[in-house]
Ligand binder design. Structure first.
Ligand code: AKG
Ligand code: FE2
Length: 279
């Protein structure tokens, strides 16, 4: 299948320069400016979803599971602070990432990720000056699977943006909840964060992402979570990664944690980084 068949290009004509494409870009940009999040409903055609889900089912057994306890900042505990401080509140987090080398050249997810129209569109929607597909063969396009009891508790992302495609929902739960721009680069707003953690929903938006919806999300300043999942069905979300530099791969430590193994390229590039520091 070609990317232009997977994607609903009638609704989202991102591969053809012109006013229709410009309108799609403009509307995504406006949504991101307003609350850090753009959702392109039905970006992937409903008719393409069964093949995408089969692709996930076929490799789900290769997911690497990683469980830990984390605060919303992914930082260490600070015992000198009050126990109610957001820095001291830890929640269980479970990832199950299917590494990118399970999505080979014939994979539909890879076809979409490497479609020449895709990255430039995302770049324009985000307004990023420098934007390249990630060069990490374990991490460029992956699937996160989440089962009942698992998932993402409240957090701020450590990366600037996330590009995800909803593929299959859990039977219940799994709403994407977020508090737009709850903090800024100069104000952590710990009281506001504590209020959300205590259950205050007055600044929380809730999105029910359906299979086929593409989400472009700036999560560094917007606290967000996936609400608890229940039921037997696994939630599948594809994650597409990009970087500000060409040729970027993850560090060996982080790669091993997320994917359970490393490749020679991770070690070689880490060596290069270490050498660069010596210059
Ligand atoms: O699975 C999702 O919908 C969101 C995941 C998320 O917040 C993240 O990967 O940082
Ligand atoms: Fe996140």
């Amino acid at each position: 299948m070609l990317a232009a068949e997977l994607v609903d290009v009638d609704r989202y004509p991102i591969g053809e320069a012109g006013p229709a494409r410009a309108a799609v870009v403009q509307s995504a940009r406006a949504a991101i400016a307003a609350d850090g999040c753009a959702v392109l409903k039905g970006f992937v055609r409903a008719a393409s979803l069964p093949a995408l889900i089969r692709e996930c089912d076929a490799v789900a057994e290769h997911a690497h599971r990683n469980f830990n306890q984390t605060n919303v900042y992914f930082t260490q505990d600070r015992p000198e602070l009050d126990p109610a401080h957001p820095l001291r509140r830890f929640y269980p987090r479970s990832n199950a990432f299917v590494p990118a080398d399970n999505f080979g050249p014939t994979s539909l997810l890879r076809t979409l990720y490497e479609w020449p129209a895709f990255a430039p569109f995302i770049q324009e929607a985000l307004g990023e000056a420098r934007f390249f597909r990630y060069a990490d063969p374990l991490a460029d396009v992956i699937v996160n699977l989440a089962e009942a009891g698992g998932g993402f508790p409240w957090h701020f992302d450590t990366n600037n943006y996330t590009v995800t495609l909803a593929l299959q929902n859990a039977e219940q739960g799994g709403l994407f909840e977020y508090s737009p721009y709850l903090r800024t680069s100069t104000d952590e707003n710990y009281d506001g964060v504590a209020a959300v953690l205590d259950g205050d929903t007055s600044r929380v938006k809730s999105l029910s992402l359906e299979p086929g919806d593409l989400q472009i999300f700036k999560g560094r300043y917007s606290l967000h979570r996936v609400s608890p999942l229940t039921g037997a069905r696994t939630r599948y979300v594809a994650i597409f990664s990009f970087a500000e530099q060409p040729g970027m791969v993850g560090s060996p430590e982080r790669t091993r944690q997320l994917y359970g193994r490393v490749l020679p390229v991770h070690v070689e590039r880490a060596g290069l980084r270490a050498d660069a520091l010596l210059d």
